[in-house]
Design a binder for this molecule. Structure first.
Ligand SMILES: *[C@@H]1O[C@H](CO)[C@@H](O)[C@H](O)[C@H]1NC(C)=O
Length: 218
């Protein structure tokens, strides 16, 4: 009798463990998985929706331009080398030069387009001709914008690209730009007029843009 119990009890324990392993445990796992999303906070646009590992990943940028209250609009470009270019407060003439819609937001080329990367590169090339600034991360851009005050001695550079070739450049400081009244450049109706204004304000003409020390074209 006792030796029989010695055999039956372990058998019973093993059976229970086996059942728990094959039936009870997976069921519990599944019901937990089903329940979990309902108790997690609903994903919102400015919150990471990935609640499992809690790692914040920056959302993929959708736009080259997205209009706000203005003046002008910030133009973004995303080169294959990483990071991004930005030109802030772009107005009509600059947007025309970049081939960007002046009245509608412009989305980035869709990644389902096989030429999306080439289009992105061509866009960045044009942005560089207007002196676009490159940042590695959005954090770097925010730091540049908010944790730094503009000094009168900071460089002010404006570019104009005449149809006939070459480039007009006004290189000065913000202090001097204020004395010169460079704000009139924003009132140019087209690129030719912009070039005339840059010339009038004391700009320099480079017949070969690669001679221009203020442009970093690659
Ligand atoms: C551009 O202008 C700034 C400010 O006047 C000056 O310091 C700098 O040397 C100029 N750049 C060139 C290449 O002349």
């Amino acid at each position: 009798m006792r030796s029989m119990l010695e055999v039956l009890v372990p058998c019973f324990v093993i059976s229970v463990l086996y059942l728990a392993g094959t039936r009870l445990w997976p069921q519990r796992g599944v019901s937990e998985m089903r329940r979990a999303p309902a108790t997690a906070p609903a994903p919102s646009s400015d919150m990471p929706s990935n609640w499992i590992d809690c790692v914040y990943t920056e959302p993929e940028p959708r736009f080259w331009t997205e209009y706000g209250s203005g003046p002008g609009v910030a133009v973004y470009g995303f080169p294959s080398k990483g990071g991004f270019y930005v030109l802030r407060e772009c107005v009509g003439v600059e947007l025309d030069f970049l081939g960007i819609d002046r009245f509608e937001n412009t989305e980035r080329p869709s990644k389902s387009d096989p030429d999306w990367q080439a289009k992105e590169e061509a866009h960045c090339d044009r942005m560089r001709r207007l002196g676009a600034k490159w940042f590695e991360t959005h954090r770097d851009e925010l730091e540049f914008m908010f944790f730094r005050t503009r000094e009168d001695t900071d460089p002010y550079i404006s570019f104009g690209w005449p149809d006939g070739g070459g480039v007009w450049v006004l290189n000065t400081t913000y202090g001097r730009a204020s004395e010169l009244g460079t704000g009139i450049i924003y009132n140019a109706m087209n690129m030719e007029e912009r070039c005339e204004l840059i010339k009038r304000l004391g700009g320099i003409f480079y017949a070969d843009p690669s001679d221009c020390p203020y442009l970093n074209l690659d």
